[in-house]
Design a protein around this ligand. Sequence first.
Ligand code: SF4
Length: 459
Amino acid sequence: MLLKHTTPEIKERKALTINPAKTCQPIGAMYAALGVHGCLPHSHGSQGCYAYHRSTLTRHYKEPVIAATSAFTEGASVFGGQANLLQAIDNMFKVYEPEVIAVHTTCLSETIGDDIPQIVNKAGADGKIPEGKYVFHCNTPSYIGSHVTGYANMTKAMVDYYAQKNGHKTKAINLVPGFVEPSDMAEIKRLASVMGVETIMFPDTSKVLNGPLTGKYKMYPEGGVTIDQLKETGSSHGTIALGELAAGAAARALDAKCKVPCQVLNLPIGLQDTDIFVDTLRRMAGVNVPDAIDLERGQLIDAISDYSQYLYGKRVALVGDPDQMLALSRFLVALDMKPVYLVTGTPAGKKYIAALEEAVADVSDEVRIKVPGDMFLLHQWIKQEPVDLIIGNTYCKYIAKDEDIPLVRHGFPILDRMGHSYFSTFGYRGALRLLEKILGVLMDRKDRDSSDIDFELVL
Ligand code: SF4
């Protein structure tokens, strides 16, 4: 009983969060920055924040996550961090030779009120930014929002700093993935490439945080969007953003700045939302959907119809980032499952809650939604009326163990399993994988709970 103090009785809490279903803004900003080629993320704050952010990303991706820090001590905390950041920019370009530095703030530098653009301008004027190299920034005060907000802010900063009107139009489609796995980014690009669509993805952490072991350490792996590509996004034919909360702001900023029309879609998790993504890409790029994609879709439908009997009516608790939770809920409802408890720690607004309510409108059981909410409340709901399955990040394992409920790990962070960096849950193939994972834990449970008489060889 690791969470033995959780009681089924719910007391109203206004200011207290217990077991938050989110983490802090700079983690998302650092992750997005790693999706720029040759980029060294820089945390403008104290060493403790940066160590936490790096270690969380390293533990999730099992890759050595690079970043630097302004290393605030008492002096910088009182008088501001300008001197630290100027020195840091100089050191980074001299010692680590990145193509670009992406600066994000922390609670401390935000509270002081450091003016990052002014400091970066001074660094340029002082000759600390070499010719052809870049520094950009975003603000990530972590007492607002979550890691999703930080990711959205850094992605939008790529547009604000680099997207430009180039006096010409290309056929390329910009793809802005939300805070998703490198494997998901690779899957989106694969689908687009099978359809013959030229794309620019930003940020793009595929081949950065799921690269091969070659025996030779490469500080800046080959993946990531380049600054030249970011400049070209302003000439693209259109933009598809995946996930309103994490990707919508960048797509709209690009539309406003360079008149590149955008569509903001749900993450392509499951049949319905992958259909919408493929169809939108088809229409925007003016291409046909090839047979190879029809085949993948048909295989998914076949698997759903073969196994629906094991999914029907199963009650599910979902906890995670808002964009993931919305698409997952829609997929679960399409599988005839019942997502009954939905919790995200990221404040997401009324429009999001309305979309979530619409997604689960046909669920026959009572559905409880808390946005923003925490995992303590989710545990209390489960104690009041149990579920058959939990889907969420590694922190859910405590509830799963205490209540003896199967858990499918999905989202961020996953600290105790592998696979998420390599196997996507996006597209038709990803939906098959998700289905396999869900069925695997449910059927394992059925085997475990069967008496000797009911124990079946063929399921
Ligand atoms: S919440 Fe603020 S102080 Fe804490 S690690 Fe994040 S940025 Fe640093």
